[in-house]
Design a protein around this ligand. Structure first.
Ligand SMILES: [Cu+2]
Length: 289
């Protein structure tokens, strides 16, 4: 019986360590930049300073929890093997050991402090928007997003998911949109987030942002994209039947390309005011065409 138990424990420990190795290792090869990848372990690659902190904190927690789990496992195995009725027929009657009691109070407190300090620091960085270079207002609607650029000519446009049958090569399913939110690289982008009907949530994993879009309330978050590319996110608050089909796509471009895009967008979106029921509008347009 003891032999079987020992083999089981070793097997469990081995599986745990392999799993942890996969999670804690440099998972850049497994995780995509800006979008999830098949069989991904860990989080999406960081493309903004806040997300780098989040990933670092996640890895720290993983090591702490691994050490705790390993310690508890070892203690359980020792107790099971050394202090069972057969191995230890006359149990000790010892109670209270001041040193151990102080230790198991103080050590968890130290661990919690080690976790709390960076946790509060990252939360503060996330919620404390630095001087913004660009402001974008994202409005969650059932079931798409609208983006407005109040400082670049006040244009606004709707961003709808590309249906599966209309995907172009390279466009990810359920994530690609017709009109992407465009921002310049290396600039602080302030995102003001609100909801037009029900509560949605604006989330882009690679930037480490996730904030509720609440009707009648203007929430604020920020990111600074460090590399050009397209970064995808999804609505992260259950908001109705098409909750899964209102993705977020942020295209990060050079400053010149951004200026050019703004000039184009001003003309393109001036003619078409955003609508509260854009899907129907799109269908009506398609029929008219
Ligand atoms: Cu939603």
């Amino acid at each position: 019986m003891t032999g079987v138990l020992r083999v089981l424990c070793v097997a469990l420990a081995a599986v745990t360590m392999i799993g942890i190795g996969g999670l804690a290792g440099p998972d850049a090869a497994l995780a995509g930049l800006g979008q999830p990848s098949p069989w991904q372990l860990g989080m999406q690659e960081a493309a903004a300073p806040v997300m780098k902190d989040v990933v670092w904190f996640h890895d720290l927690l993983l090591w702490i929890i691994t050490a705790i789990v390993a310690l508890v496992l070892v203690l359980l195995v020792v107790v099971t093997l050394r202090f069972n009725a057969k191995a230890n027929p006359t149990p000790s009657r010892t109670t209270h050991n001041t040193l151990i009691e102080v230790l198991w109070t103080v050590v968890p407190v130290i661990i919690l402090v080690v976790i709390a300090v960076p946790s509060f620091r990252i939360m503060f960085v996330q919620l404390n928007t630095p001087q913004a270079d660009v402001t974008v207002k994202a409005t969650g609607k059932q079931w798409f997003w609208s983006y407005a650029y109040p400082d670049q000519g006040k244009f606004e446009f709707d961003s709808l998911m590309v249906p599966e049958g209309e995907l172009k090569p390279g466009q990810p399913r359920l994530l690609a949109v017709d009109n992407e939110m465009v921002v310049p690289v290396g600039k602080v982008v302030r995102v003001q987030v609100t909801g037009a009907d029900v509560i949605h949530a604006f989330a882009v994993p690679s930037f480490g942002i996730k904030i509720d879009a609440v009707p009648g309330r203007l929430n604020e978050t920020w990111f600074k994209a460090e590399r050009e590319g397209v970064y995808y996110g999804q609505c992260s608050e259950l908001c109705g039947k098409d909750h899964a089909f209102m993705p977020i796509a942020v295209r990060v471009v050079s400053e010149q390309a951004f200026t050019a895009w703004v000039e184009d967008a001003k003309k393109k979106y001036a003619a078409v005011p955003p609508s509260a029921d854009a899907p129907q509008l799109a269908v009506a347009q398609a029929v008219a065409d």
